[in-house]
Design a binder for this molecule. Structure first.
Ligand SMILES: CC/C=C\CCC/C=C/C(=O)SCCNC(=O)CCNC(=O)[C@H](O)C(C)(C)COP(=O)(O)OP(=O)(O)OC[C@H]1O[C@@H](n2cnc3c(N)ncnc32)[C@H](O)[C@@H]1OP(=O)(O)O
Length: 282
C-alpha cells in the first residue's frame, strides 16, 4: 500500500551510479547530482511485457523506492518503442499458471508505480500502446518523441481494460474522450496526445525527453516531500483502494476472458497481422 517516505532535500554530489537489478531486462541509473533514478526497460525488440520483464520492472521500482531517490523516470532502451504492452505470446495458447502470474505482476507493477510517493515521469521515446500506455499514465508527467503512438487499444485484441488499468488514463483525459478512445481502440499520435493532454510535452530525442522529465521532477525541490506525497495519495487513494478490493476477481476475469475461444482466435489473428506487417516491410 501507499506509504509516503521522507526524502532529504540536500542535493547529492558525485558521479552517476547503477543500482543492482534482478536481471538485464531493466537497468536503474541514479544521477547522484539530482538524486533522480532512471529505470530503463531493455527487452528487445519492443519491451513486450512477459513475466520476467514485469517481475524485473517491479523489483527495480522497489529498489528505487528503498533507495529514497528524488524521483523516478521510466524509459526504454529500444530506439523506436517505449513498450509494446503485454507480450501477446503470453496470452496466446497460454500456460494457465504463467498467465495468472503475468496478470498478477502487471497489477503489481501498476500498483507500485501508481502508488509510489516520489515524483514520477515517463520519457516516452517510442510507441506506447496498451501496457506501454499503462506505465506512462501511472506516472505524473509524460514527455514523448514525435511521430509515435500511445493509447489503450485492448479492444482491438478482444480484451477489456479493467477499471484500475484505465484509472491513470482517466486522471488525465476527460471521461468522454477516454470512453471514446477506449471503445475505438484509439492510438493517439504524439501531436494528438499533446493536444488532448495525454502527454505534457514533446521532445526531439530520448535524451531531451529525459531532461524534460528531470526538469519536471526538479520543480518539487522546494516542496515539502511528505506534504507532496500525502497530496499525491489524496488524489490516488480511491483508485488504489478499489483496485485492492477487486484485484483477485480481476485476475479471474482476465483468465476467463483470455481463454475464451473467440478471444484466442482474435489474439492469434492479431499476432499473424504483426508478422505479416513485418514480412511486408522486408
Ligand atoms: C480483463 C482484462 C483484460 C485485458 C487487459 C489487457 C491489458 C493489456 C493488454 C496489452 O498490453 S495487449 C498488447 C497490445 N499491444 C499491441 O497491440 C502492440 C502491438 N505491436 C505494435 O503495434 C508494433 O509492434 C509497435 C509496438 C508499434 C512497434 O512497431 P515496429 O514496426 O517497430 O515493430 P514490429 O511491429 O515489426 O514488431 C517487432 C517484433 O515485435 C513483435 N511484437 C510487437 N508487439 C508485440 C507484443 N505486444 N507482444 C509480442 N510481440 C510483439 C512483432 O511481432 C515483431 O516480432 P518478429 O520480429 O518476431 O516478427
Amino acid at each position: 500500500m501507499f506509504s509516503p517516505r521522507v526524502v532529504s532535500l540536500v542535493p547529492r554530489t558525485g558521479p552517476r551510479r547503477f543500482m543492482s537489478t534482478a536481471s538485464k531486462l531493466t537497468t536503474v541509473e541514479v544521477n547522484d547530482k539530482t538524486g533522480i533514478a532512471t529505470l530503463t526497460m531493455c527487452r528487445p525488440p519492443v519491451n513486450g511485457q512477459n513475466l520476467e520483464l514485469l517481475l524485473d520492472i517491479k523489483s527495480s521500482i522497489k529498489e528505487i523506492e528503498n533507495d529514497s531517490s528524488r524521483g523516478l523516470i521510466i524509459t526504454s532502451a529500444s530506439p523506436k518503442v517505449f513498450c509494446a504492452g503485454l507480450d501477446i505470446l503470453e496470452m496466446h495458447k497460454p500456460d494457465q499458471q504463467r498467465l495468472r502470474a503475468v496478470w498478477t505482476e502487471l497489477q503489481n507493477v501498476w500498483c507500485a508505480l501508481y502508488g509510489i510517493s516520489m515524483p514520477t515521469a515517463a520519457a516516452i521515446n517510442g510507441h506506447a500502446p496498451a501496457g506501454g500506455c499503462l506505465l506512462a499514465t501511472a506516472c505524473e508527467y509524460r514527455v514523448m518523441v514525435p511521430d509515435c503512438r500511445i493509447g489503450l487499444n485492448e479492444t482491438q485484441l478482444g480484451i477489456i481494460a479493467p477499471k484500475w488499468l484505465v484509472s491513470g488514463f482517466l486522471n488525465i483525459l476527460p471521461k468522454r474522450v477516454a470512453e471514446r478512445a477506449l471503445t475505438q481502440s484509439r492510438l493517439f499520435t504524439t501531436d494528438e496526445a499533446l493536444q488532448e493532454g495525454l502527454i505534457d510535452e514533446i521532445a526531439n530525442s530520448k535524451e531531451e525527453a529525459v531532461e524534460k522529465c528531470a526538469a519536471f521532477i526538479g520543480t518539487f525541490s522546494k516542496v515539502n516531500p511528505v506534504a507532496r506525497a500525502l497530496t499525491k495519495l489524496q488524489f490516488r487513494a480511491e483508485n488504489l483502494r478499489q483496485f485492492h478490493k477487486e484485484r483477485e476477481q480481476d485476475v479471474e476475469n482476465f483468465l476467463s476472458l483470455v481463454n475464451r475461444p473467440e478471444v484466442q482466435k482474435g489474439i492469434g489473428a492479431y499476432l499473424e497481422g504483426l508478422k505479416k506487417k513485418k514480412a511486408n516491410k522486408q
